[in-house]
Write a protein that binds this ligand. Structure first.
Ligand code: HEM
Length: 488
């Protein structure tokens, strides 16, 4: 019996068993350690087996760029949507793009899987606004900034500015009296003054003209070809950016040197500390002040221009809005006070006119994102690096959500729009923090304009101009007269 265990046969058999065991163990270790890798490979193959979205990539390199620029951008998108559906591919300026225009798919890009789609801008634009500005970031730096910017534009923060905004309106409306003015240019002056007020907490009398002039150059260059040669708008804009940066850094240093950090967005940015008690640097603050003022004024001015156009073209609506505003005016005069935040909450019809203007004008027709990895999306494969564009305007003009979409009809907002169908201010982590301020500017202006003046569009043609936002032709020249004189 003893020998059995030590016989040469049984020893080699045991050795064989041991080897087999080791082999199995080794295979298992290798198999399990490679499992995540195999899984990723499998996922990759799965992605690759999914089709790319339908659509045409056009010519090599130029793609469909020429078609986009020669056709009206709205019909470019809607024609393709009709042909290919709510998710389709194209190629613009050498970039493969996926256009997305259903509420559910847009929600995926902007909200539920936003981490897979980062905001993307040409590097020339990033340099011009400032690389540390909120728009160009994600993750902890973005959320830290977002909290700060949001804090200074929340209703609770801006309700105290109503009287200062009203003073701006009361100062510049009489300058329109009895003459022809360019609505867009006048609205830009108004929204610029409000943007400076919100950024610094007060007016900047001394530096204002210089800053305005620099912003004008910045805007021209922002929308031009990025050719950095002497005399080009791009070169002039980069110079303007440098001077703006110097001006704002002087203002920041002055505030840092004083005992109070002061109001406005600047006050909030100066007072901010992270969990390690670190402050934001001067360049971070300057880039964000430059960026927020930039984002705040042209957008709001374009929507205000459309508001005047739509009210001019819909006389019954103008009279109904005027009646609503007359009611507010009567209670203000009785109490012998100025307009307040609470008054602006008692303007339901005016509010719906503003909503319908935001929908119809859709000044931001779409926004840009980029896939940060290969993504499986709505049954399609989107390769890493492809641009993904949620098409806000297509949703706003979809008859399923807004029947007779071409009609200007504020009553459609008596019922709240379906989720993710009304996106003038975007959605998700990068949604606009200035939406309440923009609407407040519209309420205050409409209150005084409708109760005291009437306006007539001069020229009368109905076209659209892209500067870069869509606005009425020639910036809507109007002739303004005092309302009483007009009514007589
Ligand atoms: C009617 C006027 C306005 C419209 C239609 C508008 C629209 C938008 C939209 C659609 C976005 C999101 C872009 C994206 O997701 O890629 C956005 C972002 C932004 N807007 Fe506005 N905006 C307006 C006014 C303002 C104002 C008054 C401010 C000033 C406070 C402002 C500051 C910003 C900032 C800082 C962002 C970037 C937010 C981020 O990246 O987290 N906007 N805006």
């Amino acid at each position: 019996m003893h020998y059995f265990f030590f016989s040469p046969l049984s020893a080699s058999f045991l050795f064989f068993l041991l080897l087999l065991l080791l082999l199995l163990l080794g295979t298992a270790v290798v198999f399990f350690s490679l499992l995540p890798f195999r899984f990723l490979q499998w996922r990759h193959h799965q992605h690759k087996r999914l089709p790319l979205p339908p659509g045409s990539m056009g010519w090599p390199y130029i793609g469909e760029t020429l078609k986009l620029y020669t056709e009206n951008p709205n019909s470019f998108f809607s024609n393709r949507q009709k042909r290919h559906g709510d998710v389709f591919k194209t190629s613009i300026l050498g970039c493969p793009c996926v256009m997305v225009s259903s509420p559910e798919a847009i929600k995926v890009v902007l909200v539920t899987r936003a981490h897979l789609f980062k905001p993307t801008y040409p590097s020339s634009k990033e340099r011009m606004i400032g690389p540390e500005a909120i728009f160009f970031h994600e993750g902890p730096y973005h959320s830290r900034l977002k909290k700060l910017v949001q804090a200074s534009f929340l209703p609770s923060a801006i309700r105290g500015s109503v009287s200062a905004i009203e003073q701006i309106v009361l100062k510049f409306l009489p300058t329109w009296n009895n003459g022809v003015v360019n609505t867009l240019q006048e609205m830009k002056k108004y929204t610029f003054d409000v943007a400076i007020l919100s950024a610094f907490g007060h007016k900047l009398d001394l530096e204002m003209e210089g800053i305005k002039h620099l912003y004008r150059s910045l805007e021209k260059g922002y929308n031009s070809m990025p050719i950095n040669l002497p005399g080009t708008p791009f070169r002039r804009a980069m110079k303007a950016r440098q001077l703006l940066n110097e001006t704002f850094r002087r203002l920041i240093a002055k505030r840092r040197g004083s005992s109070k950090q002061g109001g406005g967005l600047l006050g909030i940015l100066l007072g901010a500390k992270d969990q390690h008690l670190n402050h934001l640097s001067d360049s971070q603050i300057a880039d964000n002040i430059i960026g927020v003022i930039f984002a705040a004024h042209d957008t709001t001015a374009s929507v205000l221009t459309w508001l005047l156009k739509y009210l001019h073209d819909n006389r019954d609506l103008l009279e109904a809005v005027t009646r609503e505003q007359e009611g507010i005016k009567a209670s203000i005069s009785e109490a012998n006070r100025g307009l307040t935040w609470d008054d602006t909450r008692r303007m339901p019809l005016t509010g719906r006119v503003i909503q319908e203007t935001l929908r119809t004008a859709s000044i931001l027709s779409f926004t840009f994102r980029e896939a940060v990895e290969d993504v499986e999306f709505e049954g399609y494969y989107i390769p890493k690096g492809w641009k993904v564009l949620p098409l806000f305007r297509s949703i706003h003009y979809c008859a399923d959500f807004f029947p007779q979409p071409e009609k200007f009809d504020p009553s459609r907002f008596e019922v709240p729009p379906k989720p993710n169908t009304f996106l003038p201010f975007g959605n998700g982590v990068h949604a606009c923090p200035g939406s309440e301020l923009a609407k407040l500017e519209m309420f205050v202006l409409l209150h005084h304009l409708t109760t005291s003046y009437r306006w007539k569009v001069v020229g009368g043609e109905d076209g659209i101009q892209y500067v870069p936002f869509p606005v009425p032709q020639r910036g809507l020249p109007i002739e303004v007269t005092p309302r009483k004189a007009n009514a007589e």
